[in-house]
Design a protein. Structure first.
Length: 89
């Protein structure tokens, strides 16, 4: 579903002649969703982030201490680097 939204946005940006340098584009997710216990699929989200040139912001408030070998959250769980692959909130 997210990929379809990003494709549609890319089409609209192209149609309106928007340049990448003129836009700030973000994907914002929670590392671990509180009510469902669902993990964000950061592998797929990282692919979309790179494909469509977005920045990724992750809310790690529920995943710190619970995910990753040393409890550093979803980024560590998926073997990604904070502030390089995503910004952490």
């Amino acid at each position: 579903h997210l990929e379809n939204i990003l494709k549609h946005q890319a089409e609209m940006d192209s149609k309106l002649h928007r340049k990448n340098a003129d836009r700030r584009k973000f994907i914002v997710v929670e590392g671990l969703y509180k009510h469902s216990g669902t993990l964000a699929n950061l592998t797929k989200i990282m692919d979309l982030k790179r494909k469509f040139s977005y920045r990724l912001i992750i809310d790690e408030s529920h995943s710190f201490g619970t995910l990753g070998p040393t409890g550093r959250g979803a980024l560590e769980h998926f073997q990604l680097k904070p502030m390089y692959d995503a910004e952490v909130v």
